[in-house]
Design a protein around this ligand. Structure first.
Ligand SMILES: Cc1cc2nc3c(=O)[nH]c(=O)nc-3n(C[C@H](O)[C@H](O)[C@H](O)COP(=O)(O)OP(=O)(O)OC[C@H]3O[C@@H](n4cnc5c(N)ncnc54)[C@H](O)[C@@H]3O)c2cc1C
Length: 462
């Protein structure tokens, strides 16, 4: 089918204004937040922005008949190239499907279209005293459909888990356009295989998510934020480890090393005491101020035993927001240090966190690169950022070898390739190493069964 015919057919489904095939529009849908330098640059042939699941279904049926690649796209905040249309075809943007369809207070569940921003979903539930905990640092712009497709994590995973822990059911459009409903509001459900779990984290390669049903919990009534400074990462890691072992489970425990800390201090004009080489940001929540105070007191005790240099408790909402802004702005602050930044995302058993940090330090030395580390220390998920200039071919070669070594280090300590950003394009070469042959064959059978023509997000994961 020619591109012109395809555009015309798509216009019949979604209306004239919601099909984009101009040069500039196609460029706008060619990249995501991984900013992968791909040659040749992958552009979609056409962008389509459906409003309903029925329209998505008709788009998929058309694509299936013509064997046309389809790349679903939320807010393109993904870090592994997931919404980059590697093989051209259709970029299927879900950004017009933005309705929160129901907040079911009785069952404590919310039903939403995939294009709803994560923070908007959170706020709509919070307004009714209900809590949707997953909070990726990108929540101001990422979509809930993208979060489910990536099984996104966030700061609060240490206490509340990740997106998967809240997905109760999905509406999915399969490769041939069939509409499938999975799960539902029944809390206990073991009827057949776990289809909801299968599509969660499938990175747009098994189906297009057109509606999500999420479980909620009561909103904690009180919340406090702390900033703890240490001389080095070993001391910061020790705090997190000892705190959890002592049964103190904060709602978030984020760690950053010296380079990350300096970058963010410069970015936000923050004064730091001399000798501070590691920062831990902790959030505690509970029923009331007294409960928070008790938790803070216990954390202070552990922190002092770990050689804490400074223990700061935010005194009001503005100070809390400022401390969180430090963490949420970290990615951008670190990225500003070099022309390129390869932000990796590995996940290791919690007690292996200090060991893998040490190994990454050794890798940085071996390849003569700057690799700051920050991450969700509470749940063992770290983001080493390889800072570099990829225009320098010799450096680019060292960068690739360093990234290989980082993944090897994660696997060597019993960890995995991704805690939250998925495999996408960037981690495909390492899949077999992480899953083993039998694991890969099983996933391949699922992919072939659900997408026999290989039109859904080709080039991702596989
Ligand atoms: C500054 C920054 C901070 C970040 N922090 C975090 C973090 O703390 N935790 C975390 O987990 N991630 C984080 N991310 C990564 C990213 O925000 C998440 O992966 C997010 O879930 C992607 O959502 P999106 O709507 O932007 O999806 P996109 O990037 O558009 O797509 C991601 C993948 O999902 C697929 N997809 C999107 N929508 C659908 C759908 N409706 N149906 C089927 N497939 C679909 C796409 O094809 C693609 O493979 C961060 C990114 C940035 C830029």
């Amino acid at each position: 089918m020619s591109v012109t015919t395809l555009s015309d057919e798509l216009r019949l489904i979604v209306g004239r204004d919601h099909v984009l095939d101009g040069e500039v529009d196609r460029f706008g849908y060619s990249y995501d937040s991984s900013f992968l330098p791909l040659v040749p640059a992958p552009r979609p042939d056409v962008v389509v922005r459906p409003r309903t699941a029925e329209e998505v279904s008709r788009v998929m049926a058309l694509a299936f008949a013509g064997g046309i690649p389809v790349t679903p796209r939320g807010a393109a905040s993904g870090r592994t190239g997931g919404s980059v249309p590697l093989h051209g075809g259709i970029s299927l943007a879900l950004d017009r499907m933005t309705d929160i369809l129901e907040v079911d207070e009785g069952n404590m569940m919310v039903t939403a279209e995939p294009g709803v921003r994560t923070m908007d979903l959170h706020d709509a539930c919070a307004a009714r005293g209900l809590f949707y905990p997953p909070d990726p640092a990108s929540w101001k712009f990422s979509t809930i459909g993208g979060n489910v497709a990536e099984n996104a994590g966030g700061m609060r995973a240490v206490k509340y888990g990740v997106t998967r822990d809240y997905v109760m059911g999905l509406q999915v459009v399969l490769a041939d356009g069939t509409l499938l409903e999975t799960g539902g509001k029944a809390i206990k459900n073991v009827t057949g295989y776990d289809l909801t779990g299968l599509f969660t984290g499938s990175e747009g390669t098994l189906g297009v998510i057109t509606r999500v049903l999420l479980r909620l919990i009561p909103l904690p009534k009180a919340r406090g934020v702390l900033r703890l400074l240490f001389a080095d990462m070993d001391a910061g890691c020790a705090l997190v480890h000892r705190m959890l072992k002592a049964g103190i489970v904060p709602s978030a425990a984020e760690i950053m090393d010296d380079v990350s800390l300096q970058a963010v201090a410069r970015h936000r004009r923050m004064a730091l005491p001399a000798g501070a080489g590691c920062c831990v940001i902790i959030e505690v929540d509970g029923e009331d101020a007294a409960e928070l105070e008790a938790q803070c007191g216990r954390i202070r005790g552990v922190a002092e035993a770990c050689g804490c240099l400074e223990f700061k408790v935010a005194q009001d909402k503005a100070e809390s927001d400022e401390l969180w802004a430090v963490r949420r702005g970290l990615s951008q602050a670190v990225a500003a240090l070099a022309p390129n930044r390869l932000g990796e995302d590995i996940s290791v058993p919690r007690d292996a966190f200090p060991e893998v940090v040490r190994r990454i330090g050794a890798i940085a030395k071996r390849f003569d690169l700057l690799i700051p580390v920050f991450g969700h220390a509470g749940d063992g998920n770290l983001h080493p950022s390889v800072l570099c200039d990829m225009a320098d071919p010799a450096q680019a070669e060292r960068v690739h070898r360093a990234v290989d070594a980082i993944f090897e280090a994660a696997l060597a300590v019993g960890g995995t390739l991704s805690g939250e950003h998925g495999i996408g394009i960037t981690k495909r070469p390492y899949l077999a190493q992480a899953l083993g042959e039998a694991g890969v064959r099983t996933l391949q059978a699922v992919k072939a069964g659900l997408d026999p023509k290989g039109i859904l997000n080709p080039g991702k994961i596989w």
